[in-house]
Structures are given as structure tokens and as C-alpha cells.
Write a new protein. Structure first.
Lengths: 150, 150
DNA sequence: CGCTTGCTTGGAGCGCACTCGAAGGTCATA
DNA sequence: TATGACCTTCGAGTGCGCTCCAAGCAAGCG
């Protein structure tokens, strides 16, 4: 049950989503593939409430359970949470992320739709960066002004 | 009453806040310095509700009124709204913007505090841009993957 | 005069993304 | 075996940033 090769961010059993191999986002002990919710809290900074809520709304596939019904998160789950964290930073609404999660669960034939969704997000991110750089210019002008004035 | 020189974004009667001269953000007829709320709605894209709310919470200084009590916005008010719009894009909480507005109303002796606040915001914006570029990299890897796969 | 349009106010309501509470089950350690 | 930490569920509550509503006033027009 141990998975030593880099785990895919996707939940689909695709042969090689090696695209998400390099950046291990949160510190994570090696040689382990089963974490309690409080461990995941420590890794991700999310609260246990939020993790359970993500599962309820379908933003995460059903997480494995121990024989007593407690959640046991896999490395794959952690990778997924990393992606969700990134998308959250872009301002993508949770509903859209849920949509993406659904596409992933539906299997490989949704690759096209997934790509579309990500490309739209990409455009949003680029626009967002441009806005922020614009704002940066305004801030710099004002800061310069206040530095001279004071 | 006509103000033909570039108007300052600050409400303080500072001799030369020329720093905010160049970028006229929203289209705005020249040779006029008094706009109804619906004109401001057209310029800024905000709703009248939001404009009145900004005033109630102290995010805008009290706006001039006509003899019948209706709001008459000045170019200076529009400049302020431009700044607020920019700060809003950075994710700055409304409460912080209100704080900044208070500093502006308190006069020139708050220059230092204003600069500090803006510099903190600047740091936030830079961090935000870095995050987004990080996310962009993830998106690009995934998009490439889906393009190859499909 | 009546009608419409646009503005005024204070306060209530909404959507989002969590966040928390209550009641109870499980587990490791002393 | 008992204490306390940690987990479970579902539903209700919170904070933010608006968003809307109802009631009423003022101006312009046929």
C-alpha cells in the first residue's frame, strides 16, 4: 500500500500525471501514506472543520477511514489539498473548484473540460497579476510622495 | 470653483500631491466638478447603494449636497474612489481602508502613519503577486499535461 | 394636477467561506 | 477502569462586503 513514487494530484487513475511531481508543498514525512485529520491540519494550516466541510461539499473525494471510522488522508489527498489551496489563492469560487473535482471524478474523458477550466483560470490569474502591478505603481507613487513630504 | 489642475487623491489640503496626477482612471467629462450619484455609478461601476454605504462607514468623507440634499461628488471624490478601488483589488479589508481615510482626515501630521500603512500594503501586494505566479506555474504544468493527454 | 424619475434614509437581508457547538464514540496511557 | 485527548455527525452561527427594501421627498413634464 506504500506509494513511493510521486503521487498525482488528480484522483483519476491516469497512468502518468507526472506533471505535478516536483513541488512538495507542505512538509510531509516520507514513507507514509496515511494521516489523521490533525496531522493534515498541521501540514496544511486548514482547520479540521474546514477539511470535513470540503469533503461534505464534494471538494474532496471520500477520504479513507480507519476501522473505527476516522479519516485517514493519503498523500494523494494532500496533493489535492495543495492544488485547492493554490486555486483558492486565485480567488476561484469554491463552487468552481467543486466542479473541477467532479470532472476529475468522472474520469479521463473530461480532460478537455478540465483544461478549459484551468485555462480560464489562468487568464484570470494573469489579469489579476496585471491589476496588482497597476496598484503597485499607485502605491509606489504615494509612498514616494509621503516620504518626500514627511 | 473650477479646478483645472490635476486634483489630489488625498482630502488633506496638501500643497502638491502631484504624485497622483497621471492616470485618470474612469472616463470623466472635463470642466466639471459636480456629479450626481448616478453619474458616479456610471464612472466607477459601483452601485449607488455601495457609494452611500462607503459614506456611512466613513470610507468617504462627507460628500457635498445640493440645496435639496442630494449628493454632489467632486473630482476629488472620484480620485478617492479610484484609490479605494485599487486598494480593494489588493484584498485590503474595508476596515483598513477606513483607517487610512481617517488618517487622511486627521491632516498632514499623519503622513508617517499613512506611509507605513501603504508600505505594508505594498509588501502584501508583492507577496500576492508571487503567490499568483507560483499558481500560474502549477496551472501551466497541468494545462500542458491535459493538452498532451487529450 | 397627477405621473414618472431620481434621489433620500435607516435598517434588514444575502451569499460566501468558513467556524463553531453539542452530543456522543474511540483510544492510549496510568 | 478511568481520565483526557481526539475523533465523529449535523446543523446553526459568524464576519465580511455588499445589496436591497420601504417609505418618503423633490423636480420636470403633459
Amino acid at each position: 500500500m506504500l506509494q513511493t513514487t510521486p503521487v498525482t494530484t488528480e484522483q483519476a487513475p491516469s497512468p502518468a500525471d507526472v506533471c505535478s511531481a516536483p513541488p512538495r508543498r507542505h512538509p510531509r514525512p516520507d514513507g507514509q501514506d496515511s494521516y489523521t485529520i490533525s496531522e493534515v491540519v498541521a501540514f496544511t494550516g486548514l482547520t479540521a472543520h474546514t477539511l470535513r466541510w470540503y469533503e461534505r461539499i464534494g471538494l474532496m473525494a471520500h477520504v479513507d477511514r480507519s476501522h473505527t471510522g476516522q479519516r485517514r488522508y493519503s498523500n494523494r489527498d494532500l496533493d489535492w489539498l495543495d492544488l485547492v489551496g493554490k486555486l483558492r489563492l486565485t480567488g476561484m469560487p469554491v463552487a468552481d473548484m467543486v466542479r473541477y473535482a467532479e470532472l476529475v471524478r468522472e474520469g479521463e474523458h473530461t480532460y478537455g473540460q478540465r483544461r478549459e477550466l484551468l485555462e480560464e483560470t489562468r487568464r484570470d490569474v494573469l489579469a489579476r497579476i496585471a491589476e496588482l502591478q497597476d496598484t503597485l505603481a499607485v502605491l509606489d507613487r504615494k509612498i514616494t510622495f509621503y516620504s518626500r513630504g514627511a
